[in-house]
Design a protein around this ligand. Structure first.
Ligand code: B12
Length: 293
């Protein structure tokens, strides 16, 4: 069946909305589209999907509370369960559909990653540990997640002047790159130029990556495995010797549980989550001297 590409004017006419409303849907990732030259294009099937999602009953229309709409905690948990099932089956198209539908039901990128994708992966990890899932199922789910995070995340990259560079990565011994990449995509979506170095970075290499940045706002070291904490400490020490005084070093991830531990690892800050990290980055971006001075 032919699935034509529609211009944003055609999309706006089809949805009976203003051109800028259609543009907003695409920019917020509610309607999957792509840019060719100076114009945005959307598949007709994507517009039809969007219309059917909008027509689905919502809390307001059926008189239930917000926790059943897909926006509240219970809603997120339901999306996470659906995603988990698709990931376990290795069903990429199905997993993408779940994520697109969760976006359509009101999740922004942050909530999508933190409340839908992350719990789905945590549950897969717990089920692997309990011997319920084979290791290949977990590996396949991780790879699918990484691809989907990049695909969806790329739609949320802020255009315009960058707020500065942020370096992110995980030290030697760490193989959990997905948490760092998730954090990197979320920070990028807020307007920073993020260098995601991935995992297993020796301290000296982390430091030389920091040295090469012209407009560095912060360095973020991610640790998931407690066994990697000593390597994180070596990393913060090496990085500190390479950056301009006052450039903050953050240590975070599942293995770091409090501010005292983060300080002991040589970090300036610990944050309990991504929204707090982004708030602190904003603060530091405002305080830092201009790169030329
Ligand atoms: C996928 C996965 C893997 C994949 C990783 C693939 C990849 N590319 O990342 C592979 C297969 C490689 C793997 C390997 C192992 N894994 Co594993 N893995 C997982 C799993 C299922 C998901 C991890 C994940 O992506 N979570 C989702 C992320 C998004 O959540 P998150 O960690 O909370 O991340 C957020 C924050 O931490 C934050 N963040 C991250 N970095 C930073 C940095 C800063 C500065 C800040 C502020 C925030 C921040 O941002 C993220 C978004 O909010 C977890 C289960 C779980 N409970 O998480 C187990 C889990 C982490 N793995 C575990 C284990 C034991 C292992 C292995 C030892 C298994 C083995 N026997 O070989 C190895 C260790 C490898 C190593 N040395 O690192 C255990 C860890 C237990 C522990 N506490 O020690 C877990 C919890 C599974 C379990 N239930 O036992 N694993």
């Amino acid at each position: 069946m032919i699935d034509p590409d529609l211009s944003l004017h055609e999309v706006a006419a089809m949805l009976h909305v203003h051109y800028y409303t259609a543009y907003g849907y695409v920019r917020k990732g509610l309607l999957p589209g792509w840019k060719k030259g100076r114009s945005w294009w959307v598949k007709r099937s994507a517009v039809e999907d969007f219309v059917s999602r909008k027509a689905a009953p919502t809390a307001a229309s059926v008189g239930t509370d917000a926790s059943t709409t897909g926006r509240g905690r219970r809603g997120s948990a339901e999306w996470a369960e659906r995603l988990e099932a698709r990931l376990i089956d290795g069903d990429e198209a199905g997993a993408r559909k779940v994520l697109e539908s969760a976006l359509g039901s009101g999740h922004d990128l942050m909530r999508l990653f933190l409340d839908v994708l992350s719990p789905a992966m945590a549950s897969i990890g717990a089920r692997w540990r309990a011997g319920e899932l084979d290791i290949y199922v977990e590996h396949r789910a991780s790879i699918l997640c990484l691809g989907l995070m990049h695909q969806i995340g790329s739609r949320f990259v802020r255009r315009g002047v960058s707020k500065g560079e942020v370096l992110m990565g995980a030290p030697t011994g760490e193989q959990h790159g997905l948490p760092v990449t998730m954090a990197a995509i979320l920070v990028r979506s807020e307007g920073w130029a993020v260098h995601d170095l991935g995992v297993g970075i020796p301290p000296a290499d982390f430091a030389s990556a920091a040295r090469r940045c012209d407009d560095l706002v912060a360095v973020c070291v991610g640790v998931t495995m407690p066994a990697v904490l000593p390597a994180a400490r070596e990393t913060t020490t090496a990085v500190r010797g390479a950056v301009r005084q006052g450039t903050p070093v953050f240590v975070g991830g599942a293995a770091v549980t409090g501010v005292d531990q983060a300080r002991d690892l040589g970090a300036d800050h610990w944050t309990s989550g991504m929204p707090q990290l982004i708030e602190l980055l904003h603060l530091h971006a405002r305080r830092r001297p201009h790169p030329e001075t």
